[in-house]
Design a binder for this molecule. Sequence first.
Ligand SMILES: Cc1cc2nc3c(=O)[nH]c(=O)nc-3n(C[C@H](O)[C@H](O)[C@H](O)COP(=O)(O)OP(=O)(O)OC[C@H]3O[C@@H](n4cnc5c(N)ncnc54)[C@H](O)[C@@H]3O)c2cc1C
Length: 385
Amino acid sequence: MSDPIVVAGSGLAGYTLVRELRRLDASAPVVVVTRDDGAVYSKPMLSNALAAGRTAATLATADAAGAAAQFGASVLAGQPIEAIDPAARALRLASGERIAYRALVLALGADPIRVPLEGDGAGDVLTVNDRADYARFRDAIEAAADVTILGAGLIGCEFANDLRLSGRNVRVVEPAAWPLGRLVPQTVGDAFAQRLREAGVELRLGATATSIARRAGGGYRVRLTGDEAVDTDVVLSAIGLRPRTALAAAAGLRTNRGIAVDRLLRSSDPAIYALGDCAEVDGLVLPFVMPLMHAARALARTLCGEETRLRYPAMPVVVKTPAAPLTVAPPPPDASGAWECIAGADGSLEASFIDAQGTLLGFALLGGTPAARQALSRRLPAVLD
Ligand SMILES: Cc1cc2nc3c(=O)[nH]c(=O)nc-3n(C[C@H](O)[C@H](O)[C@H](O)COP(=O)(O)OP(=O)(O)OC[C@H]3O[C@@H](n4cnc5c(N)ncnc54)[C@H](O)[C@@H]3O)c2cc1C
């Protein structure tokens, strides 16, 4: 029997690929190797699970054995991969076991970025990027009345709204002048901030945390630039993510911001592919669900013998902040053009990024109807055609 297709990672990227593979080929041997517990879950739910009363356990829809049965695959859970040997087409696990592959798919995700902080509490700062992190976070906030979040990006704002809905005081510390600075223009950022404030979220914009000290009676003192200090029970960092490239780089694969792959999702080694948060596809790192779904569909066909170039349509992202419902489709980073904002009679705010030819290249819609969102989405060009 030929060696299996080995999928490294059991997040949305890894398991979506296996599901797509099974649609096309019921019998090809597939092995999933993962260092976590191999449970199936939807990561975006981590930032709206509190108000929904979900625990780490109830977020999982199947455990590793259930996933193996569902996908007709072997799932090796709790097995960190230590090295890839491209010449031998084999992986080495931390346990010492070697696994040969005919094709290897890296779906290793990304690590939370940590900013350097002074103080004896700096090591206690939490991040939430998987179910195990969420379990620790739930334990930490059990008795907490006040939570400080570092970073007002998409994930920081979603946690702020969710924590507020669960009845806690929430403060978000952000160096930029408005939240979601990489995704929306200032007019939308200001209006979004206003709605979060009205929901009771405290936003400290233009501020940076410099040190976190443990307090004698419990909790932390967070010192901000300008020598201001705030006392809080829990500190959560949501600064951003960095693709996990170390295994690939150590194996001699080309890496840049992510594991560099072409439109076939193929790395610089012809038998190794990558998708999801760890991958840089044709120069783009897009750590969201829609890109990995498109990548999984295309890659499954390629692995089944029908070479399929990845195409990304426009992929707007819905920000899960019920206090300030927002959909964003940021323009490409190198695009030239200008934002135009229109306030709707229904209280919505629509910002369009338009180039010199009058083409819509991105948008941000605060409030508004699903129909308005769809109309804007339809006018956007494909991200990768
Ligand atoms: C809180 C939060 C909310 C989000 N909300 C949204 C949203 O609303 N909409 C949206 O589009 N996107 C959202 N995202 C992003 C989206 O969830 C991710 O893009 C997606 O889940 C990434 O999936 P992945 O499989 O690439 O990575 P992961 O889910 O991180 O999976 C990586 C896998 O690799 C395994 N692994 C890593 N290293 C090793 C190793 N050495 N050996 C073996 N296994 C290893 C891990 O155990 C894990 O199974 C959100 C992200 C977060 C954190």
